[in-house]
Design a protein around this ligand. Structure first.
Ligand code: TYD
Ligand code: MG
Length: 425
């Protein structure tokens, strides 16, 4: 475990303090070239999948917002992190949602009930700060920000003004003391307004927990990170004894059918710096509706409508009287345009009731003119597909190596949608 530098002992400390925010004196004008950036010291959380998303560990004084649906596992994950860190550092957990007994029961289930964690069940932010301060924690978790309130406002906890004010009071404490602060935020279905989104600009790092309710896998994704790359993901599997890290998650989202099935296409997505094999499924079926349905879970519905128009115009296949449903197996959210080609070919495969080869891998962006555009990280995606035993890759010509082979993988370059359609005939 890496060490953490002591917090500045005097409010106005040396020039080596990390940022202007930790200095409480009046700001001074300085020349950019004269700023000496001290290396950001990070504390490993003991969960390398989480560290990866954070950009290498917790940064002292940084503020992290972790959002996600209720019940997805935020409290469980954080309790595990607190327990890990508590072996070396003072840590503090405030819960506004559960009683201390409930926290204890959970810790028991996770096998960490002995951990040296300072616990508090309190929702008044002034009291939280007053009680946390003397403990001088290196990590403070507030679960959840929606439950806390400040006495300085009369509005109810969870309302936007309360969220903002409480978060900024906690953040000021974090910056002033060098405590890493993690705020938990629930995202409700309609949640954009009252949810933690209103806090995103105030914090250093925003992480979201995602998954499909039925899946035991949980993905933590960085949406914003002042101390690392965004869209990096960490993968965990739920178990009765808590979240377990999935260190090599590349193929967990494949459903591995016995027989090839129509409507399924496998692609290599790139999540942050990590290539992942994901299965795109489509169901195309005669519609009873005047306006046939276009439903996309995973990719974007608007994009799906656009892709179907391109398929009609440049592939000569009209699905105007068909309902089209597209899903990504395992609840992964694939937002990159590299999924375009897999989406269209999966839809076509379902429509024609003809399966795509089980050892075929497909990726590429589709343009409005029916052209197949190259995507970033082509080489890496092909290498990942080859590693998992795929035999044929239908990819943009711009991504195909000159030799047209990567290991045992045959690369079929396509420049136009019509060529891609021919390739799977
Ligand atoms: P919880 O951590 O309370 O979710 P959140 O804080 O996001 O609302 O987890 C929800 C429930 O799932 C809880 O009853 C414990 C259970 N759970 C497990 O049994 N194993 C696990 O690995 C996780 C993450 C949760
Ligand atoms: Mg919780």
């Amino acid at each position: 475990m890496e060490s953490v530098p002591a917090a500045p002992s005097t409010p106005r400390s040396s020039a080596s303090s990390r940022s202007a925010l930790t200095d409480s004196g009046p700001a001074q004008v300085q020349k950019l070239a004269n700023i000496v950036a001290s290396e950001t010291v990070r504390t490993a959380t003991g969960l390398s999948e989480l560290d990866r998303v954070l950009g290498g560990g917790l940064v002292p004084g940084s503020v992290i917002l972790i959002g996600g649906d209720p019940g997805i596992g935020k409290s469980t994950l954080l309790l595990q992190v607190l327990a890990q860190l508590s072996a070396d550092l003072p840590v503090f957990y405030d819960t506004g949602e559960e009683s201390l007994e409930q926290v204890h029961l959970r810790a028991d289930r996770l096998g960490i009930a002995e951990a040296d964690i300072a616990l508090l069940a309190e929702t008044c932010v002034e009291r939280i700060l007053a009680l946390a301060k003397p403990q001088a924690p290196k990590l403070l978790v507030v679960d959840s920000i929606q439950t806390v309130f400040t006495e300085s406002l009369t509005s109810a906890p969870g309302n936007v003004a309360q969220l903002r004010e409480c978060a900024s009071m906690l953040a000021r404490f974090a910056k002033a003391t060098g405590t890493a602060l993690i705020l938990v935020g629930h995202v409700t279905k309609e949640g954009a307004i009252a949810g933690p989104r209103v806090l995103e600009h105030m914090v250093d790092t925003v992480l979201y927990f995602e998954s499909e309710a039925s899946s035991r896998f949980r993905v933590v994704r960085s949406i914003k990170n002042r101390f690392g790359a965004v869209n990096e993901i960490g993968v965990f599997a739920m178990s009765p004894s808590g979240l377990k890290q999935v260190k090599n998650p590349s193929a967990i989202f494949l459903s591995r059918h016995e027989q090839p099935v129509p409507g399924s296409a496998v692609m290599v997505a790139r999540e942050g710096s990590r290539p992942m094999l994901v299965e795109v499924q489509a169901l195309v079926d005669g519609s009873q509706l005047h306006n046939p349905r276009r439903v996309a879970l995973g990719p974007d519905s608007q994009r799906l409508a656009m892709l179907l128009a391109v398929l009609h115009r440049h592939g000569g296949v009209g699905l105007g009287n068909q309902d089209v449903f597209v899903n990504v197996v395992g609840g992964m959210r694939v937002s990159e345009t590299a999924a375009d080609l897999a989406v269209v070919l999966a839809a076509l495969s379902s429509f024609r009731d003809r399966a795509i080869g089980q050892r075929d891998i497909i990726f590429g962006e589709i343009g409005l003119a029916g052209e197949i555009r190259p995507v970033p990280g082509g080489e890496e995606r092909l290498a990942e597909a080859a590693k998992h035993g795929f035999k044929r890759a239908i990819v943009p010509s711009g991504n195909a190596p000159r030799s047209r082979r990567v290991g045992d993988l045959d690369v079929v370059p396509v420049a136009r949608l019509s060529e891609a359609i021919n390739a799977i005939e």
